[in-house]
Ligand binder design. Structure first.
Ligand code: ADP
Ligand code: ZN
Ligand code: ZN
Length: 722
């Protein structure tokens, strides 16, 4: 009797056997309908076989076959099996995480087509339109080619603008006519001549020499993107597909446009969380059938089933958004390395501030290190200055010399950028009489005061409370904000510089659709302005008029329980600083700190991130922390602290396991979150194999533990926040 082993979306580390003699034969990698625990569900066939260990009278038959052709190739199944094992996440769950929603639900793989918007005859020639943004949309289609509605929205246009142009018959919707791009000569837009460093980089990266990982360590503006473009050119001209992973697409529409303009007429698809289910399925299919040549996507695009993938690029490889923080806790950069190896293709990792993990591999010669040391369009570097905050009089967190610097910058008609990684008005309210603090009732943290909304908002669980007029403890009316948030900076700077436009960019100010785009547009119009922002402002933007950057709070990064805090601080400072002086003259970067002599800070300021990172690596080696050791965390949470502790204590074996160090149970950095108690166990090993052997056993032990169903638990391999 023939059997099919199938994967089902259940949290079990195994597949299940079904027979199929009564229905049409399934295929490996194709979907079928099966009955499982009295439910009808979609399953993916992972193996066809002659024998099964399940007793004959117990084994059920497949109900029906969904796909005649596999939706997942054998190599893709192998990739997902690897991901499941590496991240200790059940295989069925892993596989279904990787599939687009429509396929998970059993929909026909060729169900949808997403219409594209294309210029009409009059749309091609119209130059007069009262609505500027509509004209810009026409211009977008002219210069970067047809696009779907979602794509245009990702690039900052609105549904209303699209609708208007449709009504005016300047654009129309049509179904994509997939021409075979592989057999059409690649068109190439204007490109600069590479500088010597870039040219060396491009000639080192040969797409025909199998698997190889390159780390392009290049300061901001050194022309990394140009290197990607010219490497991609060779791949695409050979009719092969490529994947470019980016941290976030909506924040940097300029980057997407650069790719589109460089390869006019080439089918380029975007992949990110704002796609509809149908768009997702369609892009998946286009990758699989090679009707798309290039996908620019956020982390989950690493799961797309390309037919002929020949290069993967991870831009800003240090960025934390590549690590998924729930369910399948994968790192897209690390999975990219597996995929590149599996497909025997090159992997390009680019950043100004490499993650220490990546840098170590480059220094160990596992990756080829390529350095771009000069900015492509500016000869001078930014100058850094440390401002000692000890015993300084401050105003809204600014040292007087910082305020002076803003004044000078504005007087020159330039822009100043102020960076603080805390939104809201103040991190907490405090009672002047009794020291009551506005804590979140469900978390072990304070609720942030948002003056504009007149609410206390917990940034961890989202809980909102009204602002009390009187202290809940002592009845005093002397309740005041302490600490700083971006809202407060905005209020202060608007009063301090009444004639100067002040623009705040953070998650609160950009919540409304289109508000980020209009803010960016205002900034780009130039002239004296003050920009205030959180890390949203640090990512990838190009602000030609910013010549001063002030970083208000470096100290929170210098002293933290997270061993990666200094690395993150240095990356952030360097990335934020990279926003300054991008158009010719070098910029000035001011760092306010209470610890001006801190060796890591000194190293960063005097010698730059490159030097800092190498020094930081020696520190990690001394204390044997990642990347000199490998780490996994078991996190457990429940409403009862006792239950969590009992369960975790039980995971610590009586006998030590050779090569494994255990730490814990210890409280999570946020011991209480949304009403749940959270504790964790750290598992560390010098050898990656030892760690994974241990985790395999642990996973099975947890799976059979009687308390495991009464708590929420997960294993996080290579965790980003500890
Ligand atoms: P990065 O990705 O490292 O930030 P980009 O590739 O965006 O750098 O380059 C920064 C700026 O310099 C861009 O405006 C780009 O067009 C320009 N540029 C890059 N390479 C060259 C070159 N070889 N000649 C002239 N301009 C260049
Ligand atoms: Zn009080
Ligand atoms: Zn909370």
């Amino acid at each position: 009797m023939p059997f099919a082993a199938v994967a089902i979306k259940v949290p079990l580390h195994r597949t299940f056997d079904y027979t199929y003699d009564t229905c049409q034969a399934p295929c490996v990698g194709g979907r079928v309908w099966v009955k499982f625990a009295n439910r009808r569900c979609v399953a993916v066939v992972t193996e066809l076989k002659e024998h099964s260990d399940v007793p004959k009278d117990k084994v059920k038959a497949i109900e029906s076959v969904i796909d005649e052709m596999p939706v997942l190739s054998k190599s893709h199944l192998a990739f997902l099996r690897f991901a499941s094992q590496y991240y200790c996440y059940p295989f069925g769950d892993t596989l279904f995480t990787a599939l687009p929603g429509a396929l998970r639900d059993g929909e026909d793989i060729d169900k949808t087509q997403t219409p594209i918007l294309t210029l009409t005859e009059s749309g091609r020639t119209t130059t007069q339109l009262r609505a500027k943004k509509q004209l810009a949309l026409l211009e977008q289609l002219r210069s970067a080619g047809d696009a779907t509605g979602t794509e245009l929205k990702t690039l900052g246009f609105s549904q209303a603008q699209i609708k208007s142009l449709l009504e005016k018959q300047l654009i129309r919707e049509e179904l994509r006519q997939d021409t075979s791009w592989q057999s059409t000569p690649l068109q190439i837009g204007n490109k600069p001549t590479l500088n010597p460093e870039q040219a060396t980089a491009c000639s080192a990266i040969n797409h025909n020499q199998g698997f190889r990982t390159f780390l392009i360590e290049g300061v901001t503006g050194s022309g990394k993107t140009e290197v990607y473009l010219q490497c991609l050119e060779k791949v695409l001209a050979a009719g092969k597909q490529a994947l470019v992973l980016v941290p976030e697409i909506g924040l940097t529409p300029q980057t997407v446009n650069r790719f589109k303009r460089r390869f006019p007429g080439l089918p380029i698809d975007l992949w990110h969380s704002n796609l509809t289910d149908n768009e997702r399925l369609h892009t998946w299919r286009r990758a699989q059938q090679a009707t798309t040549a290039l996908v620019i996507g956020t982390r989950s695009s690493i799961f797309l089933p390309f037919q002929s993938l020949a290069m993967i690029i991870v831009d800003e490889e240090h960025d934390h958004s590549f690590k998924q923080q729930d369910s399948l806790r994968y790192h897209a950069r690390d999975l990219a390395a597996y995929r590149a190896n599996q497909s025997q293709i090159p992997l390009l990792l680019g950043t100004a501030t490499p993650a220490l993990e990546t840098l170590k591999k480059a220094l160990d010669n596992k990756y080829q290190l390529i350095t771009l040391s000069k900015r492509a369009q500016t000869s001078q570097d930014n100058s850094f200055h440390i401002i000692d905050m000890k015993a300084q009089q401050t105003q809204a967190g600014f040292a007087s010399s910082s305020l002076q610097a803003i004044k000078r910058t504005l007087a020159l008609g330039k822009q100043a950028m102020v960076f603080l990684n805390r939104r809201g008005f103040a991190p907490t309210l405090i009672c002047h009489e009794c020291s009551w603090i506005s804590d979140c009732e469900r978390c072990s943290t304070s609720a942030t005061y948002h003056k504009n909304m007149q609410r206390l908002v917990c940034h961890h669980c989202g809980e909102q409370q009204f602002v009390p007029h009187q202290c809940p403890d002592c009845g005093s009316t002397q309740i005041m904000p302490t600490g700083l948030g971006t809202e407060q900076l905005e209020e202060f700077l608007t009063t301090e510089f009444p004639d100067i436009p002040v623009c705040r960019i953070d998650r609160d100010s950009t919540r409304r659709k289109g508000s980020l785009e209009s803010a960016l547009e205002r900034i780009h119009q130039g002239g004296a302005q003050i920009l205030i922002g959180t890390q949203m402002l640090a990512k990838g933007h190009h602000f030609p008029d910013v010549s001063l950057v002030i970083i208000l709070d470096v100290d929170s990064g210098l002293y933290s329980c997270d061993f990666r805090a200094t690395e993150h601080m240095a990356q952030l400072v360097t990335q934020v600083a990279g926003r300054a002086g991008r158009s010719g003259e070098p910029g000035t970067v001011l760092l306010q700190t209470h610890f001006p002599e801190h060796p890591l800070l000194q190293d960063l300021v005097n010698n730059g991130y490159q030097d800092f990172a190498r020094y930081a690596l020696t520190e990690r080696q001394e204390v044997q922390l990642p990347p000199y050791a490998h780490l996994a965390i078991v996190r457990v949470e429940a409403t009862s602290a006792h239950l969590v502790m009992t369960f975790l204590s039980d995971l610590v074996p009586a006998q030590p396991f050779s090569g494994i160090q255990l730490l814990g149970p210890i409280p999570a950095p946020m011991e209480r979150l949304a009403g749940k108690y959270r504790y964790q166990l750290h598992i560390q090993a010098t050898q990656r194999n030892t760690l994974h052997q241990y985790l395999m056993q642990l996973k099975d032990y947890i799976g059979s533990h009687k308390l495991a169903t009464r708590v929420r638990w997960n294993i996080d391999v290579d965790p980003m926040d500890t």
